[in-house]
Design a protein around this ligand. Structure first.
Ligand SMILES: N[C@@H]1[C@@H](O)[C@H](O)[C@@H](COP(=O)(O)O)O[C@@H]1O
Length: 265
């Protein structure tokens, strides 16, 4: 697992109320959208699978993941293939989850999962205590998650869905690459539990320690609970990596093949 620092450029952003459903990747979506608009990137041959969806929330509800994805991403890119989203209103929710796993398999598996985490360290909606071997399934939300999300339902706790469909921890681990964005002090404890302690089902992000190609992107605030030596260690790795890349670029510019550098990751 690698961890990188990304300093927040606009501190006021953190003060704005954020939707409860994965707003962490929004800056990444914006960047991808501008690349599409500049003609440098295309999603014509890309199939996307969302990680989770509330159970029982109408698909066109302002807080559903369907609405969010269309508003923030799908409506701005040149997607030709429909994005796959879990249907939290399916008659048979278990069947819906099983079919989702089957559809992922039919497409040859997930290439890249991009997501955020909850304050309790959950990845997708794999709340504390989720099995690390879990697959797409129905999940009861932790009360803390329900409370945290109430502000998006007019502070009406009763209106917040109690359950969600979510890909499992093992579904995430099966992905060829995983990128998780962790920002803000609210997520600092979860980050420290996930990277400074062992793999633990109480902080499901920690399962990424088992993944061969996982990247956690963090801002300065999210490092608040880390040991100084942990932060220094990861910053030093970044520095060394930059040096290696500069060396590689210099050799390539001289027309020298550099298999050794090229093969290290
Ligand atoms: N189920 C979602 C997660 O997939 C998401 O990672 C998390 C963080 O959301 P945000 O990035 O808006 O803080 O919110 C919800 O709990």
């Amino acid at each position: 697992m690698q961890t990188y620092q990304r300093l927040r450029t606009n501190p006021r952003q953190a003060l704005r109320p954020r939707p409860p459903y994965g707003s962490s990747p929004i800056p990444t979506y914006k960047h991808l959208i501008s690349l599409v608009q500049e003609g440098k990137l295309s999603f014509k041959n890309v199939v996307t699978f969302n990680m989770d969806e509330y159970v029982g929330l109408p698909r066109d509800h302002t807080e559903s993941y369907h609405t969010f994805m269309f508003r923030e991403f799908f409506s701005h890119i040149d997607t030709r293939l429909a994005g796959e989203l879990l249907n939290g209103n399916a008659k048979n929710l278990i069947e819906e989850c099983n079919q989702y796993e089957a559809r992922i398999k039919a497409f040859g598996g997930i290439e890249l999962f991009l997501g955020g985490i909850g304050e309790d360290g959950h990845i997708a909606f794999n709340e504390p205590g989720s099995s690390l071997a879990s697959r797409t399934r129905i999940k009861t939300l932790a009360y803390d998650t329900i409370l945290a999300n109430a502000r998006f339902f007019n502070d009406d706790i009763a209106a917040v869905p109690r359950m969600a469909l979510t890909v499992g921890v093992a579904t995430v681990l099966d992905s060829r690459e995983v990128v998780v964005v962790v920002t803000g002090q609210r997520k600092a404890l979860a980050l420290s539990k996930a990277i400074e302690e062992g793999v633990n089902h109480l902080w499901t992000l920690s399962a990424l320690q088992m993944h061969p190609w996982a990247l956690i992107v963090v801002d300065e605030d999210a490092t608040a609970e880390l040991h100084v030596k942990t932060v220094k260690y990861f910053k030093s790795i970044e520095r060394v990596q930059d040096e290696v890349e500069a060396m590689h670029a210099a050799l390539t510019a001289q027309g020298i093949e550099d298999d050794h550098v090229g093969s290290m990751e």
